[in-house]
Write a protein that binds this ligand. Sequence first.
Ligand code: ADP
Ligand code: MG
Length: 243
Amino acid sequence: MISLQGITKRFSGHTVFKDIDLSLAQGEIIVIIGPSGTGKSTLLRCINFLERPDAGRLQVGDLSVDTQHASRADILALRRHTAFVFQNYGLFANKTALENISEGMIVVDKLPKTKAHARAREILERIGLADKADAYPASLSGGQQQRVGIGRAMAANADVILFDEPTSSLDPQWVEEVLSLMKQLAVERQTMIVVTHEMQFARDVADRVVFMDEGGIVEQAPPEELFTAPKDDRTRHFLRKIL
Ligand code: ADP
Ligand code: MG
């Protein structure tokens, strides 16, 4: 349902990664781990063209795009098939929780406002923030803000949700409520790619863990296998430091 073929990204001559191949089936949950600076964020951002890949093909759902020749329409379509959850939530500060969640449905999906708001209220219910519909981000805790960020991604009805270190900006007391919402989505078999350092989350939720190091993907395996019997020295070295 999602496939990256030969995805390459350079920044002014420096190759971040080259020829990345990665596929996910519908309902699959992948966790990407690796040292900082290895291109995990850049890879996620390439999937929805927040960064333009230098080579490769992206397939999401029924859409297949040669990144070299992607048109404006291809890029918009790719963004419609994917949703992004940012480390720093990425909420509109001047919009309420309800408006943050309904904005995309109104602007992108062209839903009438009343419909979008009704759907946003259902989502607020699911993310446990029904009573915060009219609250602005500044009045919400970090955990609540990130749940709104996830609610906005849910509203996009995308084929895949991309999470870039969704809990790493949070005070420790808010981490669990965000992970537990993500687990709820996982139980519902929402397809997702999650970059995180939360190894327990990876163990509990991931179908597959992908280890990235300089230049690309080093190895990937189900969590039990990757954590207990890593094949590559770089993976072993990284896990020794983090576990
Ligand atoms: P990670 O998420 O694994 O920590 P990043 O994807 O943020 O890694 O970064 C990978 C590499 O690309 C780093 O060397 C970083 O400095 C570089 N990089 C990321 N974004 C940009 C950018 N917009 N311009 C130039 N270099 C960048
Ligand atoms: Mg990053």
